[in-house]
Design a binder for this molecule. Sequence first.
Ligand code: FMN
Length: 245
Amino acid sequence: MDINTEKTASEAIRYRRSVRIFKEESLDTEKVKECIRLATLAPNSSNMQLWEFYHIVSNDMLRQVSALCMDQNASKNAREMVVFVVRKDLWKKRAKANAENRKRLFGNKDFKEYTKREKSGINYFTKVMPVLYMDFFGILGCVKWIVAQVAGIFRPMYRQVTQSDMRIVAHKSTALACENFMISMAAIGYDTCPMEGLDSLRLKRLLKLPYGAEISMVIACGIRVPEGIYWPQYRVPFEEVYHAK
Ligand SMILES: Cc1cc2nc3c(=O)[nH]c(=O)nc-3n(C[C@H](O)[C@H](O)[C@H](O)COP(=O)(O)O)c2cc1C
């Protein structure tokens, strides 16, 4: 399905609004799924892909998820929903998948036979990622932070190394997937409303997610009715946020 035939990227960006009342009309679930596939193409930190997507399509699940979104209008009226989940806890699995992908790419062989560049491409996932993601109740993160601050006195240094920094890293990437999804939906004339006003603990339980998983957003989906857009889009003046240096 070529879903970009209807709108260009900038048209889709301008078309997208947070819509809270949708038509009764149901969506083509396969098209929504294709937009989720496009969400996975979002840029993401170290290509670790620490995310998961739960496509809510059954009426029963829609009702239950809506209740956990406090039955706010967008969730109550949604035809389908997608729960964007941050899976920082999957870092080992994803690092391994990336390392294996690199090895396949370079031709599976004995490690010492790889070129220097290939070795560092593999080591990035087998050595660097564990240093960044491994932690023990936040203690290792504090140690890494102190090391980064001291080393940073002498040279530019990556400083986002604590457990909470790594949560932000994973959330940033998942939020980019959310935006990819919403723009892809807009491109085919489907509407969305991102929601963070929800009971994340109960939603995790409903989706049977492990302790380490976190909810980024729930995105309500449907097709807009004019009154589903509550007000004209407002942004503070561009000059206030744009700084050329
Ligand atoms: C992370 C995030 C959380 C949001 N949570 C909610 C929400 O819980 N309920 C809601 O109605 N809208 C929610 N919104 C939608 C915003 O209110 C909306 O994006 C903003 O007002 C700008 O309007 P626009 O999206 O139409 O440009 C959320 C948006 C984002 C990005």
